[in-house]
Ligand binder design. Structure first.
Ligand SMILES: O=C(CO)COP(=O)(O)O
Length: 253
């Protein structure tokens, strides 16, 4: 059975107090209401990680993620955070290749391959994001585009490392726009991704990789998205900032 996952990417939102309040609400609600085998992941800003970790560390269902890491081991990279630092404060996952980082910070597939390697070397599980712009969707080349993102950044990995990666398909035209991919569009791309993984790593490996959907996922559309055969959960932005909405999404399986 593939791991079901709902991850909340807070992006650059919440002061520390707000983040801790949100975390406490989520911890209580997950304890009280969630009895399925879904893994809940919180990805707060870097400066919240240590204290959020204090609140979630006793929860069997909740894990902690960072939103990025640098591709180098250590050194003169002012303002950056290494994978080793994240591991040292108890972080278990790291989001890599989010479209906002690709767009605003010019992250390339090649750079992301290095980030994936350094994350894995420090026992962090990458949540690797991929997804096409509206322009690429409309010119019809979206399957090739997303397949290239995945093969360029992940296909140098051996099987054991690839098994530790979670993939998040986030069509850029659906992020923060209120415009969700239809279930057909989501399922179609998730199946393309799984088939690509099967061709490179074999059907058994592909069957066990969790592929999350992201982009305007909310309580009203999560049930139908999560019911798709190849959708194993969601990477949630805006709706993860409200505990009730986030919980309702977690309970949508
Ligand atoms: O980018 C996302 C999660 O990483 C999705 O954001 P929204 O859920 O706000 O559209």
């Amino acid at each position: 059975m593939r791991q079901k996952i709902v991850a909340g990417n807070w992006k650059m939102n919440n002061t520390l107090d707000e983040g801790l309040k949100l975390t406490s609400e989520i911890v209580n609600m997950v304890n009280d209401e969630v009895n399925t085998d879904v893994r809940v992941i919180l990805a707060p800003p870097f400066v919240h990680l240590t204290q959020v970790r204090g609140l979630v560390k006793d929860s069997e269902k909740i894990s902690l993620s960072a939103q990025n890491c640098n591709e180098n081991d250590e050194g003169a990279f002012t303002g950056e955070i290494s994978a080793e630092m994240l591991a040292s404060v108890g972080v278990q996952y790291v989001i890599l290749g989010h479209s906002e980082r690709r767009e605003y910070f010019d992250e390339t597939n090649e750079q992301l391959a290095k980030k994936i390697d350094i994350a894995l070397a420090n026992n962090l599980k990458p949540i690797f994001c991929c997804g096409e712009s509206l322009e690429v969707r409309e010119n019809g080349l979206f399957k090739e585009f997303v397949s290239n993102q995945i093969s360029d950044s992940l296909f140098h990995l051996g099987e054991e490392d690839l098994k530790k990666v979670v993939i998040a398909y986030e069509p850029i035209w659906a992020i923060g726009t209120g415009k969700t991919a239809s279930t057909e569009q989501a399922q179609e791309m998730h199946a393309v991704i799984r088939e690509l993984l099967a061709e490179r790593y074999g059907a058994d490996v592909a069957e066990n990789i969790s592929i999350l959907y992201g982009g305007s996922c909310k309580p009203s559309n999560a049930p139908e998205l999560f019911a798709c055969k190849d959708v194993d959960g969601g990477l949630i932005g805006g709706a993860s900032l409200k505990s009730r909405d986030f919980l309702d999404i977690i309970k949508s399986f």
